[in-house]
Ligand binder design. Structure first.
Ligand SMILES: C[S@@+](CC[C@H](N)C(=O)[O-])C[C@H]1O[C@@H](n2cnc3c(N)ncnc32)[C@H](O)[C@@H]1O
Length: 237
């Protein structure tokens, strides 16, 4: 016998659509009836509230997505013959510490001394040996051909000059060395949180061009999760 609950489910589905529709219609009628300045204020406040709400919803998801990026970067490096890694824009050290735990000899560099202080504390707490140094990704103090790999997590959109950061990364990489960077994608999910700020995130096409201009070969850019893409490149041998 066919289960009767199918009918009641249909009813619930219809209610689930109509209740928000009625609510939104009443809200729209209310807003339209207000004076123009009040309509503008209501819309701005509504958008800010929506932004805060989405920030809360996506906040923990972004954190999980970052963790998955660190795992993906470590996996890429494990599959290659890599010992020394320079992590640019290391912040509080999430990626640097994860890579050190995976057996790489890592150095983290950041322009923010306070973030580095936190990174050193985090490394100590985790019992990990890694160095954190103050420095600017667009003017690295290391000699040419110093590292097997350069990494970064959510750095490129923060730098004023990503092109110079990529050129410097190329310079300090050993021939055949690996560049692997994760950054926010220009995606609908990211748009709901950052709105116009989304335009500081490099599009895939621009990133590809910047890597090419810096001299990288075997460039790959692909989506790793809802928020991030991974960028992979190799310095010519
Ligand atoms: C969004 S945070 C990401 C930090 C860390 N990688 C993480 O994912 O938790 C970006 C970091 O890049 C650093 N930064 C920005 N521009 C930089 C530059 N030109 N050179 C080095 N670090 C830079 C900032 O100080 C900040 O700590």
């Amino acid at each position: 016998m066919a289960p009767k609950c199918n009918y009641s489910l249909k009813g619930k589905k219809a209610l689930g659509i109509f209740i928000p529709l009625i609510f939104l219609t009443l809200l729209a009628l209310f807003i339209i009836s207000l004076p123009r300045w009040a309509v503008i204020v209501t819309i701005i406040l509504g958008l800010l509230a929506l932004n805060a709400f989405l920030g809360i919803i996506f906040g923990s998801r972004i954190h999980r997505a970052k963790t998955r990026c660190t795992q993906a970067i470590a996996k890429i490096l494990r599959d290659k013959e890599i010992e020394t890694v320079l992590d640019l824009g290391s912040g509080a050290g999430i990626l640097t510490i994860h890579l050190a735990k995976n057996g790489f000899q890592t150095s983290g560099v950041d322009i923010d001394e306070e973030a580095l202080h936190q990174a050193r504390k985090n490394a100590e707490r985790e019992g990990v040996k890694t160095e954190f140094l103050v420095g600017d990704g667009s003017s690295l103090k290391w000699a040419d051909n110093s590292f097997d790999a350069i990494t970064s997590l959510n750095l490129l959109h923060e730098t004023k000059d990503p092109q110079t950061v990529l050129a410097e990364s190329y310079r300090v990489l050993k021939p055949g060395g690996t560049l692997v960077m994760a950054d926010f994608r220009r995606s609908p999910a990211i748009f709901t949180i950052f709105w116009v700020g989304i335009f500081k995130f490099l599009s895939r096409k621009n990133l590809f061009r910047l890597l090419q201009e810096a001299g990288f070969e075997k460039i790959q850019i692909w989506k790793v999760n809802l928020f991030h893409h991974l960028v992979l490149g190799r310095k010519k041998k």
